[in-house]
Write a protein that binds this ligand. Structure first.
Ligand SMILES: NC(=O)N[C@@H](CC(=O)O)C(=O)O
Ligand SMILES: [Zn+2]
Ligand SMILES: [Zn+2]
Length: 346
């Protein structure tokens, strides 16, 4: 007898869809399982203004498969030139759900990001007044700080001061990777939440470096020690509403990852729900998968949960999907390193 689990349709609160041929190739994988997604704005050039977000949203909707009910929730890329009035208008008109802070140089396509937090204070104050969330890539970029410490240092050097200056700003720490970040969110009673990715629940830094270098496990923030992965799993399965799914599914063409300086990002959209079911099953907490993937996110974003459901089925292991083929080349799908016994029923 196969085991079945029906949950509200999940949402992805941190997703990269890219544009053009890659957008067309990857969007069906997300639209197949997820009702909505927070779409990250780190295109080249970035999605900065309300007009940019409107145009990008139209390109996404045009790339949706026939009959898909997927809703993209747009974000604006915060720059030192961002106009608070444009942000407020985008929020009021339902064009943008959140604003994304990239410290300049922190990650893929972050060159237009913020160098001096004081310069963006007026935008953040406006967002605080209107209740618009700020999504944060939480890593410092100072080359003197070890890459494995950049998230923990960001909390002390940037996030704590920011929360003192703009205490009512609603913040999502994106793709948290450390016990320090989990503790910080847990110890903060209000206005702070965190997304956790699929892959950070599954891999630690050995996956990238032990026994050979594996570029398909390289992402930012980089995976940390096993004790941090364990802390992330505990947070995800705890049911604490401040933690929810943001896959950070971040497709890059294979040649861009498999080179002397490969780029950061893991493409997990096709296998995320199967992987999460396994993680929650192994933890003995399948009962909390729905909170993590389908309920806690909408609650933070003040949206209703999706009104339909998906069903996960446990059976014989299925082969990992092969690379997604795009007109520009293949994109390798995240390999969790364990058999996929769960799948989403078609
Ligand atoms: N996570 C990643 O490693 N890469 C993301 C950017 C990001 O989310 O930081 C990307 O856009 O490729
Ligand atoms: Zn990021
Ligand atoms: Zn991301």
């Amino acid at each position: 007898m196969s085991e079945r689990l029906t949950i509200r349709r999940p949402d992805d609160w941190h997703l990269h869809l890219r544009d053009g041929a890659v957008l067309r190739a990857v969007l069906p994988d997300t639209a197949a399982h997820f009702g909505r997604a927070i779409v990250m704005p780190n295109l080249v050039p970035p999605v900065v203004t309300a007009a940019d977000a409107t145009a990008y949203r139209e390109r996404i909707v045009a790339a949706l498969p026939e009959g898909a009910r997927f809703e993209p929730l747009m974000t604006l890329y915060l720059t030192e030139e961002t106009d608070p009035a444009d942000v407020a208008r985008a929020h009021a008109q339902g064009i943008a759900t959140a604003v994304k802070l990239y410290p300049a140089g922190a990650t893929t396509n972050s060159a237009s990001g913020v160098r001096n937090m004081d310069k963006v204070r007026p935008v953040l104050e406006t967002m605080s007044e209107i209740g618009m969330p700020l999504c944060v890539h939480g890593e410092v970029t100072n080359p003197d700080v070890d890459i494995f410490d950049r998230e923990a240092v960001f909390i002390d050097k940037v996030l704590r001061p920011l929360r003192r200056h703009v205490p009512d700003l609603r913040i999502v720490m994106e793709h948290v990777t450390t016990a320090e970040a989990v503790d910080y969110v847990r110890d903060t009673p209000r206005k702070l939440a965190a997304t956790i990715t699929t892959h950070h629940l599954i891999i630690n830094r050995n996956a990238i470096l032990a026994g050979g270098i594996r570029p398909h496990y390289y992402c930012l923030p980089v995976a940390k020690r096993e004790r941090h992965r364990v802390a992330l799993v505990e947070a995800a399965v705890s049911g604490d509403p401040r933690f929810f799914l943001g896959t950070d599914s971040a497709p890059h063409l294979d040649p861009a990852k498999l080179q002397p300086c490969g780029c950061a990002g893991i493409y997990s959209a096709p296998v995320t729900m199967a992987c999460l079911a396994e993680v929650f099953d192994v933890a003995g907490r399948l009962d909390e998968l729905e909170s993590f993937a389908s309920l806690n996110g909408p609650r933070f974003y003040r949206l209703p949960p999706n009104d339909d459901t998906i069903t996960l089925v446990k059976g014989d292991a299925r082969p990992l999907p092969g690379p997604v083929e795009t007109d520009e080349g293949p994109i390798t799908v995240f390999d969790p390193g364990f058999p996929l016994h769960w799948h989403v029923e078609a």
